[in-house]
Design a protein around this ligand. Sequence first.
Ligand code: 2BA
Ligand code: 2BA
Length: 105
Amino acid sequence: MKLVFAIVNSDDSQAVGKALLKAGFYATKLASTGGFLSSGNTTFLTCIEEERIDDLIEVIRQKSHRRTKTVPNSTPLNSGVELPVEVEVGGATIFVTDVERFEKL
Ligand code: 2BA
Ligand code: 2BA
């Protein structure tokens, strides 16, 4: 078994959650916060058989979209003016780890 962590933009998390359920995946949703933008995102944890990982990632890919966010620039110009910068965020950031043991009691 593998544990998939999928960090999804908050704007996509409802669509991702629905699609996972529709495709028969079990998941746990955690409310999380991006360290850089300090804005909310959603982390889906799914424990699944290794051979189903690609199907899971495909479902998440279809519902997650890349978008740009404008954020204040922490390094002001010589003039002291702080020009906002654009940062590209999402679709989803996914990590897969091994699971030593999986039980439902
Ligand atoms: P945030 O940390 O809020 O990052 C939002 C976006 O800001 C990132 O989008 C990336 O484009 C940019 N960014 C983040 N850290 C940066 C840095 N140190 N220098 C320059 N730009 C930076 P994504 O890469 O799509 O990441 C979206 C969210 O996924 C992140 O939100 C974070 O919560 C998570 N994430 C991404 N990569 C991760 C990693 N290697 N480990 C843990 N969490 C990660
Ligand atoms: P359980 O299987 O006992 O799961 C209880 C909670 O444990 C789940 O809450 C979820 O948060 C977590 N969980 C279970 N299996 C997981 C896994 N493989 N990976 C990550 N987290 C896992 P809910 O999602 O609210 O589900 C409540 C109950 O609804 C489940 O009880 C199960 O009986 C049923 N269920 C959930 N997803 C289903 C699905 N895709 N198809 C059919 N039944 C589902």
